[in-house]
Design a protein. Sequence first.
Length: 89
Amino acid sequence: MRSDKDLHLRAQRRDAIDALLAITGRRELLQDNPLLARSIRNRFPYLDPLNHLQIELLQRYRHGHRDERVKRAIHLTINGIAAGLRNSG
């Protein structure tokens, strides 16, 4: 079951995408770059678990769990996501 916060974030995301599409006159994101769209779509199944793990680790860190294992794990998720996006981070 999704929380109110999750639903609110999803609505905000949808509103932002709708606004971007209206501004650009496009029907979908990356409409003019199908190769990039396909590449990103293929990487998401591998990046989504890292994103969720990173959120959990950051919440732990913010709630006082600041031992070296948590810090190291946060850095690993940052590096993993950056590598998956083919970005320097």
